[in-house]
Design a binder for this molecule. Structure first.
Ligand code: 5GP
Ligand code: MN
Length: 353
């Protein structure tokens, strides 16, 4: 999941960049109108999202898939990684496939919740894509394809999909509403993070009016935990390391811990927030070992620190207050690398690290 945005929203920066902001708003409206036309004209579409999908990736993708199918389009929703256990209840989740049929040709390909081709699945086809439409709210990455609906101020890709549906006059069924509500709920950290904007609440409110049931969705997403997750969490918490005078905290999970607890990688969702929730912590990192011995870093900040810049330094990216990247192992090396760069960003002296 994308548990991000612990910091304050940059409304000030937006106001001061007046004319540029206005120009890009017009650009965004045009892109939404163009994407709406594509949505209405497609007969066969590929929908995809980023690897290790979260509630926004799956929810916005399923909403789009359901909307297109309701228009009698043929849709393949491809995700390299399986739908995480706590999103399997989402309407349409059983239709997500992990392989695109060989040689398939599409009128359109909709790429959701990523702007960086390195986060596409390995099985993402390079041919037969038709018109590519990229819908995303990440601050980093060049974008993919010719038609890009990108707004880093949107709380979730799901919020942008709501706008797209409005422009395309897509009827919102309770199933579509459930997916889009879930996308916004999870990317705002249950409406706690600084991306919990009036736009996010308005879109979520519309989805509730269209049939999304907040209590049921919250219970499926947050209160359907497998015991293995808690066993893994116990081990992860015991790795807590605080440095930089209490401003940086980190946790990790190794392959051995997965083996010992029977847990899997999607069960580590939100672990990083335990580190960020410590009083005084400004930057938090969570490292999880990948099957090849590298480490996936989840980075979070609150306040002014931009962790997307840290992610970018390692070939990753994300948002100001939530980002990620992959680092070479072994564990001690990965931990030291992150700690060094975070100390640099926080301006800690070597002795306080
Ligand atoms: P998470 O830590 O929840 O996996 O990701 C936090 C945020 O950073 C999400 O918005 C996610 O899409 C983004 N992110 C995570 N890992 C990467 C990465 O390797 N590259 C890029 N560009 N973004 C990432
Ligand atoms: Mn997202």
């Amino acid at each position: 999941m994308t548990a991000w945005k612990g910091g304050r929203r940059k409304t000030k920066g937006r106001k001061t960049s007046g004319s540029r902001a206005a120009a890009s708003a017009v650009g965004l409206e045009r892109a939404i109108a163009a994407a709406a036309r594509e949505l209405r004209s497609t007969g066969k579409a590929l929908v995809t999202c980023h690897v290790s999908p979260d509630g926004d990736a799956i929810g916005s993708g399923l909403a789009l898939a359901l909307a297109l199918r309701a228009r009698s389009a043929e849709v393949v929703f491809y995700s390299e990684d399986p739908v995480p256990y706590n999103y399997a209840f989402l309407p349409g989740a059983s239709t997500v496939v992990r392989k695109v049929p060989a040689g398939a040709r599409f009128d359109h390909t909709f790429i959701l919740d990523l702007s960086d081709a390195s986060r596409l699945g390995r099985g993402f086809p390079r041919e037969g894509l038709g018109t590519v439409v990229n819908v995303d709210h990440h601050a980093t990455g060049p974008g993919i394809g010719g038609l890009q609906v990108r707004d880093e101020h949107a709380a979730a890709t799901g919020e942008l999909v709501c706008r797209l549906f409005k422009a395309a006059r897509v009827p919102i069924s309770p199933e579509i509403a459930t997916n889009l509500y879930c996308a916004i709920l999870t990317d705002t950290g249950s409406f706690r993070y600084s991306n919990s904007t009036p736009g996010a609440f308005a879109a979520a409110g519309r989805m509730v009016a269209c049939g999304a049931e907040p209590w049921r969705i919250a219970s499926e997403v947050y209160e359907s935990e497998p015991a293995a997750r808690y066993h893994l969490l116990g081990r992860a918490l015991s790795t807590l390391h605080v440095s930089c005078g209490g401003r940086f905290a980190s946790l990790y999970v190794t392959s051995e811990m997965y083996r010992a607890t029977g847990a899997s990688k999607e069960m580590t969702d939100q672990f990083v927030n335990f580190a960020r929730a410590l009083k005084g912590v400004e930057v938090a990192a969570f490292l999880r070992e990948l099957p090849d011995g590298r480490f996936k870093a989840s980075l979070r900040s609150r306040g002014g620190i931009d962790v997307s810049a840290v992610g970018v330094r390692f070939g990753g990216g994300g948002h100001r207050n939530a980002a990620g990247a992959e680092l070479p192992g072994p564990l001690d090396h990965a931990r030291a690398t992150i700690e060094r760069v975070v100390a640099e960003v926080l301006g800690c002296t070597a002795s306080s690290v």
